[in-house]
Design a protein around this ligand. Sequence first.
Ligand code: RB5
Length: 143
Amino acid sequence: MAKLLIGSDHGGFDLKEFLKSYLKDEGYEVDDIGTNSKEACDYPDVANKMADYLSKDSENLGILICGTGLGMSMAINRYRNIRGALLYSPEEARLAREHNNANVAVLGARTFSNKENLDFLTAFLTAKFSNEERHKRRIDKIS
Ligand code: RB5
């Protein structure tokens, strides 16, 4: 099973703690890359750290959380090897894996409840890339 890396800024801290505990109970291996409190911090610092960690093992998946998910999405998608998907429904979360081979799930802690975000993340984590030629071609064109 792929290892999960999870990170947030202060706006996503509570959701990060909630998801981390749930995922560990479910048997996932989860590495928390911070932040470690609700003290204000800058989301690009966490996104940059995530990109660094993911570059070491392409099998791993990332989870990034900020208030809206917007800042984290912008920051993480600047990296060539990363496809970050801002999740807003279980269906879209599934397609982000099956069609786009997204390797980072981005969540908005202030825009959706913990339960909604957990549903999005579960759909993301239980889906797999379809490996279909047309999707591979499109993803290659992003890179
Ligand atoms: C922090 O206040 C907030 O700007 C951040 O969590 C995020 O929503 C940025 O996109």
